[in-house]
Design a protein around this ligand. Structure first.
Ligand SMILES: Cc1cc2nc3c(=O)[nH]c(=O)nc-3n(C[C@H](O)[C@H](O)[C@H](O)COP(=O)(O)OP(=O)(O)OC[C@H]3O[C@@H](n4cnc5c(N)ncnc54)[C@H](O)[C@@H]3O)c2cc1C
Length: 577
């Protein structure tokens, strides 16, 4: 390791891995990537069991504060928040769904004063990363080949999975490419997978360039503080590797990509954050900014589970046969290639959505299996269900065939925060998403739930004898079954994250007092420091967040190259590598 680098980058996750790759394309620029975790393993390669990575050493294992308006059925009313602590970050833990979100989201970002972030500006950066292996999708003009990240369609589907698409058509929604010309509709999702196995950002962006002499990577290294000089210029990153302190100096810039929880934590530990909060903890204030505010996340309710015909769904027992394991290991095929069990996604409009534009407010995740298909080994632990909920609602369905249709609230109005718990970088911060504190959120989710129930009642699913689990949700029995009040109570009881926290270092114009970074992702009030990860999103996008985080990595890399005149900038459509 050198003492000084041109660029020092913290966090090698979905955004950070892209940045390490792109900045080191210029051989004359030295780059150090500091990553708290190690390397992914073979188990994380298997898409179907993505959830087993949670609560493992590859996970930061965060837990939210007890929720006042949600999570009533979770142990201590808390939500478990996995985040990847590994090179590749949360792209090693995620369910691999490849969704870019709605063009309207990015146009709204620009409207808020973020020049250069409209859909027409960011679209080329999605294409830049992409190597889409499915010829069917390449025809519509919205995809590219030749990028570092492989995108493919799982090579396996079940009759129930295909029924989901038919059900959509019976509900009046087309079978679409949600990343194509129209987002509203139903789809068998594409994933960040290569030959049926997970393609993390570590595999896609770091592995092929590890040999570069100007790129150094230090693993198992926890960044603990950013050091500023008297002019408030960020000069160095302090980090600890196996508790041994180190310091890396940056000649040009420091880039933080530690994710929506750890980036604000590191900024605040370094004196960048709300003055009253930092002063209270005895931290010298370098720049008084609303770091950690504006926390947003996508939630779904796991209340909508259905019985289906025997042997029609994916259960743990039937998936893990010797034949299926061999088929996956030798050819990347079979049920183990299903994206965390999510066989269908849909984007739909509730009565609250603006139907004059294509900007759905609910996403549906369809799983060809019940949460009890594994007998409670993984899903129960990773969701943190309280004993009463588990025993009364889930246990009657252990190991049985089933399917789940989960509505995801795409544009929540509730806002939470991340704060320091202590001044130790080893202590997890306080995370309070304030789920469902805004009344509009629960109303939209209820509409989404009604839609999901209708999907289950289409002829396509009736052919599989789909039927809602009959047990009432504990705590909601006093409401009339399936009334709006009952559904709202269910949503507040089984409130699950889909793991998309964003917004805690909000990007905004120079004049926006709620912004932490400017549209070029420079931290306000200091020099030489940028943030580039999920935390910069001013509003959460209406879709899954991994592809947008890779896009953020691509875009900031070009901005940095432009600033310093290093390396090639993009100038067209086909420019993956
Ligand atoms: C279980 C799960 C399922 C998901 N499913 C999907 C999905 O199917 N589709 C989708 O689009 N999105 C999904 N997501 C969300 C998506 O993966 C994330 O939004 C995205 O990966 C976030 O990228 P990021 O760069 O902001 O942070 P991360 O990818 O989390 O990267 C942050 C990196 O910084 C490192 N780091 C943190 N602090 C420090 C420090 N102090 N010093 C050094 N290194 C540090 C971390 O170890 C990590 O490697 C899922 C996420 C999870 C957790």
């Amino acid at each position: 390791m050198l003492e000084c680098y041109d660029f020092v980058s913290v966090g090698g996750g979905s955004s950070g891995a892209v940045i390490a790759n792109r900045l080191s394309e210029d051989q004359s620029a030295s780059v150090l990537l500091i990553e708290a975790g190690g390397i992914e393993n073979e188990v994380s390669d298997i898409p179907l069991i993505a959830a087993t990575m949670q609560l493992s050493p590859l996970d930061w294992q965060y837990v939210t504060e007890p929720q006042d308006a949600a999570c009533f059925g979770m142990s201590d009313r808390r939500s478990l928040w996995p985040r990847g602590k590994v090179l590749g970050g949360s792209s090693v833990l995620n369910y691999m769904l490849y969704v870019r979100a709605s063009p309207h989201d990015y146009d709204e970002w620009e409207r808020l004063g973020n020049y250069g972030w409209s859909w027409k500006d960011v679209f080329p950066y999605f294409l830049k990363s992409e190597d889409n292996r499915d010829p069917v999708f390449l025809k519509n003009g919205y995809h590219a080949t030749g990028g570092y990240m492989t995108i493919s369609t799982p090579p396996y589907s079940t009759p129930l999975g295909r029924a989901f698409i038919k059900a959509g058509i019976q509900m009046g929604y087309p079978n679409v490419d949600v990343n194509g010309p129209t987002m509203s509709g139903f789809m068998i999702p594409q994933g960040t997978t290569r030959r049926g196995a997970r393609c993390s950002t570590s595999k896609a962006f770091v592995k092929p360039v590890r040999h570069r002499k100007n790129l150094h990577i230090t693993l198992y290294s926890l960044a603990t503080k950013i050091h500023f000089d008297h002019h408030k210029r960020a000069r160095a990153v302090q980090f600890e590797r196996f508790k041994v302190p180190h310091i890396a100096y940056a000649r040009r810039e420091i880039i933080l990509s530690a994710g929506a929880i750890n980036t604000p934590q590191l900024l605040m530990l370094s004196g960048v954050g709300p003055a009253h909060h930092l002063s209270h903890l005895g931290i010298k204030v370098i720049s008084d900014l609303p770091v950690g505010q504006n926390l947003q996340d996508h939630i779904y309710t796991g209340a909508l589970n259905f019985q289906v015909s025997p042997e029609s769904s994916v259960t743990h027992e039937r998936a893990f046969t010797l034949k299926n394991v061999m088929s996956f290991l030798t050819a990347g095929k079979g049920p183990l290639s299903l994206l965390g069990g999510v066989e269908g996604i849909a984007f739909i409009n509730t009565k609250f959505a603006n139907r004059t534009i294509d900007h759905p407010d609910i996403e549906i995740h369809y799983l060809t299996g019940a949460p009890t298909a594994d007998g409670g080994q993984v899903f129960r632990r990773t969701q943190g269900f309280a004993d009463e909920l588990w025993e009364r609602f889930y246990i009657p369905h252990l190991y049985k065939d089933g399917m789940s249709i989960f509505p995801v609230l795409l544009r929540p109005k509730s806002r939470g925060f991340v704060k320091l718990r202590t001044v130790s970088p080893y202590d997890p911060p306080v995370i309070d998403p304030k789920y469902l504190t805004h009344p509009h959120d629960v109303r939209t989710l209820v509409e989404g739930m009604k839609f999901c129930i209708s999907v289950s009642q289409t002829p396509a699913f009736k052919a599989f004898h789909s039927k809602l689990w009959p047990e009432p949700i504990p705590g909601c029995e006093h409401y009339k079954a399936w009334s709006d009040e009952y559904l709202a109570c269910s949503a507040r009881t089984i409130t699950n994250t889909i793991y998309h926290p964003v917004g805690t270092c909000k990007m905004g114009s120079k004049w926006d007092p709620t912004a932490v970074v400017d549209p070029e992702l420079r931290v306000k009030g200091v020099a030489g420091l940028r943030v580039a990860d999920a935390s910069i999103m001013p509003n959460i996008v209406s879709g899954n967040t991994n592809a947008p985080c890779m896009m953020i990595g691509e875009k900031i890399s070009d901005m940095i190259k432009k600033t310093w005149g290093t390396g090639p900038l993009h100038n067209g459509r086909q420019w993956g590598r």
